[in-house]
Design a protein around this ligand. Structure first.
Ligand code: ACM
Length: 273
């Protein structure tokens, strides 16, 4: 299975410009699945709720879902991409999966990062796994990486590949996703964005690029630079089905969930006092 990541720097608020750029990049490549960054149509640094409201789209009725479905049909391939979603008066930092037959499903980011909490509602759809015949895909978005529960749940639900649209600012995620791959024996595809975003008078963020694809043994099969670029590698989704680490260790069978109950509720004291 040929998988790709596209890393680029969207122009804030220019949905059509960003979609055209993505289509130009994609048209030159051959792949079965491509992952695009978080919020790839809008950019990241919102400065008001009014802005979020004007740029967020309905899924699947909105422009971006329709356009990406058209591209997926043309390429006969699957696309995972992050975008701002509007549902009624709620806004989500979401990702969609589309394929040659159109819209397949969505994920709404569960763990919001920093000021995203001003603009978005935390995701309410748990962690979905989609069976697209060539592989079982789990989706999580950017800051979900720091909560190992997200990848673990997707892996326990049978995901073979994690599609991970991102807009990373901190320097830790690329290393951490190697561990997520090893501890779950799962393939992880992180599609990060690049560039610097400046909004208003003070705000500026630099995104870390270095999008990557990691195999079930934590080997980095592909790591991009800081440039706008696209990368592809072959992966074997079936390799994620084998959770054996040694003759006497299976990463899932050896779990001790009866001793993990603290993970499923918030303790009354969060600092252990
Ligand atoms: C992030 O979650 N966009 C850092």
């Amino acid at each position: 299975m040929k998988v790709a990541v596209l890393q680029f720097s969207p122009v804030f608020g220019q949905i059509e410009v960003n979609l055209t750029k993505v289509e130009d990049y994609i048209s030159k490549e051959i792949f079965d699945l491509i992952v695009l960054p978080e919020l790839f149509t809008t950019g990241y640094l919102f400065t008001s709720q009014k802005e979020v409201k004007s740029l967020a789209e309905k899924i699947p009725e909105g422009f971006t879902t329709k356009e990406l479905s058209r591209v997926a049909r043309k390429k006969d391939a699957f696309i995972v991409a992050g975008l701002a979603e509007r549902e009624g008066e709620n806004f989500y930092n979401s990702a969609i999966l589309v394929g040659p037959e159109g819209f397949i499903g969505r994920y709404r980011k569960v763990h919001l990062f920093n000021e995203e909490k001003f603009w978005f509602t935390p995701g309410n759809l748990e962690f979905p796994v989609f069976n697209i015949e060539i592989a079982r895909l789990g989706i999580m978005i950017c800051f979900d990486w720091i909560f190992p529960e997200a990848t673990r749940i997707l892996a326990l639900k049978g995901a073979e590949l994690i599609c991970h649209p991102a807009n990373l600012i901190l320097p830790f995620c690329q290393k951490a996703m190697v561990t997520r791959s090893i501890e779950n024996r799962i393939i992880c595809i992180t599609a990060n964005r690049t560039g610097i975003e400046r909004r208003g008078t003070q705000k500026e963020l630099k995104f870390t690029g270095a999008s990557q694809i990691v195999n079930t043994e934590g080997r980095i099969l592909l790591r991009l630079s800081q440039e706008e670029t696209i990368g592809t590698v072959n992966v074997d989704p079936a390799s994620s089905r084998n959770k054996h680490l040694t003759d006497h260790n299976d990463l899932f069978i050896d779990r001790r969930p009866e001793l993990y109950s603290l993970l499923t509720h918030q303790p009354s004291s969060l600092n252990g006092a």
